[in-house]
Design a protein around this ligand. Structure first.
Ligand code: SAH
Length: 680
C-alpha cells in the first residue's frame, strides 16, 4: 500500500485518536510538478468541465474553417454585430462563462440574435439547441418589426399560397381521375348518396364525351354515357327525362349545362317606361330618389330599365301606381320592337293578357289608331283592363274570344302580334313546374294550337296595307317544334314570307333540327337564351303577307295529319323529309336573298314586291300542285259577277277593315266592346 498524495501544501490534517490509527504523512508534491493543474483557480463541476471541453473543440474547428475560407462572413449591416467586446453584451449573458465565447459575429454565436425569451435557462438545453440559418433569424426579427395587421396579412398570404397549392393538387387529381373514369354499374348508381357525387359524375361523363375516342371505356357505347348523363342531369336539376332529352337534342353539351344553370337563376328585374306618361330619364331620376338602383337595359332599347336593387317594392311605388312604368321582362320588349307599330294603324294583339306587350304597342302608336287586345281567358282579360287604365291606354278595344275565330269576326289589320301560348321552356327560372310537368302531348297540343292561331293571325292581316301587312310571332319557348316548325308550316299554308326582325342581337333560327328541314329563310328568325343574353328564352319571327289569297291545299288532310299521335307524326315528318329537301333545293339561296332584299320595310314598294313575289309563289304552287291554277286577285278580270262573289265571301268571312272608313272605326270599337261584353 502506498501513501495517499496530499495536494494541500502540507497543511496538517487532524489525526485519529490512537497510536494504532496513526497514519503516515501524505506525500507533498513540489509546485513545479503541479503546473497546469486547475484546482488552484477554481473547482469546476463535471458539467462545466464538459462545456469547457466542447468550447475548446469548437474553437479548434473554427480555426480550421477560417483557414479553409479566409473571407469573412458578410451580413446585412443591421445584422452585423459591433466589433467591440462591450457591444456584444447588448444582450446580457446570465452566465459568466459566455465571456469566453468568441468575440464578433460567427456561426457559433449567432444564437444570441434570437429573441431572449427563446433562450432556455437550462444551460445544457441551450447548448444543444440547433442554431437556425441567417434567413431564419432575419425572418423572425422582421416578424417582430411588423404591425399586427401586417402579420395577419402575411399569414393570409401564406394560407392562400397553401390553398392554391392544394387546389392545384386537387385539379391534378381530378384530371387523373377523369382519365380513369369508368361508368358506374347499376348498383353503384343506386348507392349514390349525395348530389355532389352526381355533379362530379356529370363532369366526368361530359369530360369523356368531349374526347370520346381517347377517354371512353371500350365496353360502353356513346349512348350508354348519354343515358347516364341524362339520368344524372334529371336528378341534379330535377327535370323529367322527356324534357331533358329534348334539351340534349337542342344544345351541345357545354351549352346544355350553361342553359340548365341559367334556368336555375332568376333573370334581372326589368321595367318598361310608359312613354305615354313619362320619359325614361325622368322616371329613372324619380326612382333613384326613392332608393332604386337601376340602369338602362341596353342600347337596344329606349324604354327598358334594369333594377339591381331597391329599398322600396318596385311594384308599389307612386310612379308605378301612376302608370309611369310596367314590370316586364327584357325579352318581352323584343316582339313589339320587331312589330314596329306605326301611328294611326290598326293593330291586333291576338293573345294579349295581361297586356304587357299590348300596352307597349299602344305607347309606340302614341295612343292613335286602333289597337285590338284579345285573349281567350276571361280572368286574364281583367288584367289587361287594369293595366290599360293604369298606363293610360285609350286607343284600344279589348275582346275576349278564341283567336282562331278572330278572322271570322274582323280582319284587315295593318299589323298583328301573336305572342302565342306555349310550353314556357324559355322561362323555367320563373316557373320551375315546367321541369316536370311537360310531356310529348303538351308540346303537341301547343304546336297544334300555335299553328291554328298563326294561320288565323295571318288571315286577319291586310296584305294591301299601305304601311304594314306585317305579323310578328313570338313564344317564350326554346323548342323548335313550337317555333321554326310552326313558321315553316305557315310559309307553306299562306302567302307570307319571312323578313328581317330588325333586332340587333339574338341567335339565328334553325333551318334544320333532328329530322326536320326548314325553309332556309328561317335564318331570319331570332332566338334568345337565358345563358347567352341573360333574358328569358324567347323566339321572334316577322312575316310579311304579300297576298290576301289563301292558297288552296289539302287543308283537311293536313289538319288531320297534324293532329295525329306524336309518334305517327314524327314518322310522317321523316317520310316527308325528301319532299321538303326537294323544295329547299329548288328555291335556291339566291332567290331567297333576292326576296330578302325586296321585302324590307319601310323603303320598299309593297305593291311591286307583292306582284313579283305572288307570281313567283304562283309558279312554285303550280309546280307543287301539278299545274293547279291559282290566280292572284290582281290578275283577275274585274267583272260584276266576281265583285258580287267577293262581297259574299267577305260576308262569310266577317268584316274587313278595308270596308270600314277610318272615321267609323271608333263606332266599331264601341260595337266590339258590346260584343265582347255579351260574350262574357
Ligand atoms: N302577350 C301577353 C302574354 C301572352 S301569354 C303579354 O305580353 O302580356 C299567352 C296568352 O294566350 C294567354 O294569356 C292565354 O290566355 C292566351 N290564349 C291561349 N289560347 C288562346 C286562344 N285560343 N286565343 C286567344 N288567346 C289565347
Amino acid at each position: 500500500m502506498g501513501r495517499k498524495a496530499k495536494f494541500n501544501d502540507g497543511v496538517l490534517v487532524k489525526r485519529g485518536p490512537g497510536k494504532k490509527t496513526k497514519k503516515q504523512k501524505d506525500p507533498i508534491f513540489p509546485k513545479a510538478l503541479r503546473e497546469g493543474d486547475e484546482s488552484d483557480d477554481k473547482k469546476l463541476s463535471h458539467r462545466q468541465k464538459q462545456r469547457v471541453r466542447k468550447r475548446l473543440q469548437k474553437k479548434t474547428r473554427l480555426v480550421k474553417t477560417e483557414e479553409e475560407a479566409p473571407e469573412p462572413v458578410t451580413e446585412s449591416t443591421w445584422l452585423t454585430p459591433s466589433k467591440s467586446h462591450d457591444d456584444t453584451k447588448i444582450i446580457p449573458s446570465s452566465d459568466d462563462e459566455e465571456s469566453d465565447e468568441p468575440q464578433g459575429f460567427t456561426d457559433d454565436n449567432k444564437q444570441w440574435l434570437k429573441p431572449r425569451k427563446k433562450q432556455d435557462s437550462d444551460d445544457e438545453e441551450s447548448d444543444n439547441l440547433k442554431v437556425g440559418t441567417l434567413d431564419d433569424i432575419s425572418d423572425e426579427s422582421s416578424d417582430d418589426d411588423l404591425l399586427p395587421i401586417e402579420q395577419q396579412n402575411k399569414q393570409l398570404k401564406q394560407q392562400q399560397e397553401e390553398d392554391d397549392q392544394l387546389a392545384e393538387e386537387e385539379l391534378q387529381m381530378n384530371i387523373a381521375d377523369q382519365e380513369k373514369f369508368k361508368l358506374p354499374t347499376k348498383k353503384e348508381r343506386e348507392q349514390t348518396a349525395s348530389l355532389q357525387e352526381v355533379q362530379q359524375r356529370i363532369r366526368d361523363v361530359v369530360g369523356v364525351l368531349s374526347d370520346f375516342g381517347k377517354l371512353r371505356d371500350k365496353k360502353h357505347s356513346r349512348s350508354d354515357y348519354l343515358e347516364m348523363l341524362k339520368s344524372d342531369l334529371c336528378t341534379y336539376y330535377s327535370y323529367n327525362e322527356f324534357l331533358m332529352e329534348r334539351f340534349m337534342q337542342l344544345f351541345h353539351l357545354t351549352e346544355l349545362l350553361e342553359f340548365l344553370e341559367a334556368s336555375e337563376v332568376q333573370r334581372p328585374l326589368t321595367i318598361r317606361t310608359n312613354s305615354l306618361k313619362t320619359r325614361r330619364r325622368d322616371l329613372a331620376q324619380a326612382l333613384i330618389n326613392r332608393g332604386v338602383n337601376l340602369d338602362p337595359v341596353g342600347k337596344w332599347s329606349k324604354v327598358g330599365l334594369v333594377v339591381y336593387s331597391s329599398q322600396v317594392p318596385v311594384g308599389a311605388t307612386p310612379e308605378y301606381l301612376a302608370g309611369h312604368y310596367i314590370i316586364q321582362g327584357a325579352s318581352s320588349l323584343l316582339p313589339v320592337m320587331a312589330l314596329a307599330p306605326q301611328e294611326n294603324e290598326r293593330v291586333l294583339d291576338m293573345a294579349a293578357a295581361p297586356g304587357g306587350k299590348a300596352s307597349h304597342i299602344a305607347a309606340l302608336m302614341k295612343n292613335t289608331g286602333v289597337l285590338f287586345a284579345n285573349d281567350v281567358n276571361n280572368d286574364r282579360i281583367k288584367a289587361i283592363v287594369g293595366n290599360f287604365h293604369r298606363l293610360g291606354v285609350v286607343n284600344s278595344v279589348i275582346t275576349c274570344m278564341d283567336g282562331r275565330k278572330f278572322p271570322a269576326m274582323l280582319k284587315g289589320f295593318d299589323r298583328v302580334l301573336l305572342d302565342a301560348p306555349c310550353t314556357g321552356t324559355g322561362v323555367i327560372a320563373k316557373d320551375q313546374s315546367v321541369k316536370t310537368s311537360k310531356d310529348e302531348y303538351d308540346i303537341q297540343r301547343c304546336y297544334n294550337l300555335q299553328r291554328e292561331l298563326l294561320l288565323a293571325a295571318i288571315d286577319c292581316l291586310n296584305a294591301k296595307s299601305e304601311s304594314g301587312g306585317y305579323l310578328v310571332y313570338s313564344t317564350c319557348s326554346v323548342l323548335p317544334e313550337e317555333n321554326e316548325w310552326v313558321i315553316d308550316y305557315a310559309l307553306k299554308k299562306r302567302n307570307v314570307k319571312l323578313v328581317d326582325t330588325g333586332l340587333e342581337f339574338g341567335n339565328e333560327g334553325f333551318t334544320s333540327y333532328r329530322q326536320f328541314r326548314f325553309h332556309p329563310s328561317l335564318k331570319l328568325t331570332k332566338r334568345f337564351y337565358p345563358h347567352t343574353h341573360n333574358m328569358d328564352g324567347f323566339f321572334v319571327a316577322k312575316l310579311k303577307k304579300f297576298s290576301n289569297l289563301i292558297p288552296k291545299s289539302n287543308d283537311d288532310e293536313d289538319e288531320k295529319e297534324s293532329k295525329k299521335e306524336v309518334n305517327i307524326e314524327t314518322e310522317e315528318v321523316v317520310s316527308k323529309k325528301p319532299k321538303i329537301k326537294e323544295k329547299c333545293s329548288k328555291e335556291s339561296k339566291k332567290e331567297v336573298e333576292e326576296e330578302k332584299e325586296k321585302i324590307k320595310e319601310p323603303k320598299m314598294n309593297d305593291e311591286s314586291v307583292e306582284d313579283k313575289i305572288t307570281s313567283k309563289n304562283q309558279k312554285s304552287r303550280k309546280r307543287k300542285s301539278g299545274g293547279e291554277k291559282v290566280v292572284d286577285e290582281k290578275l283577275k278580270p274585274s267583272t260584276s259577277q266576281q265583285k258580287q262573289e267577293a262581297t259574299k265571301k267577305k260576308a262569310e268571312n266577317g268584316m274587313n277593315w278595308e270596308d270600314i272608313p277610318k272615321e267609323a272605326s271608333l263606332k266599331l270599337n264601341k260595337k266590339m266592346k258590346m260584343i265582347a261584353k255579351k260574350k262574357q
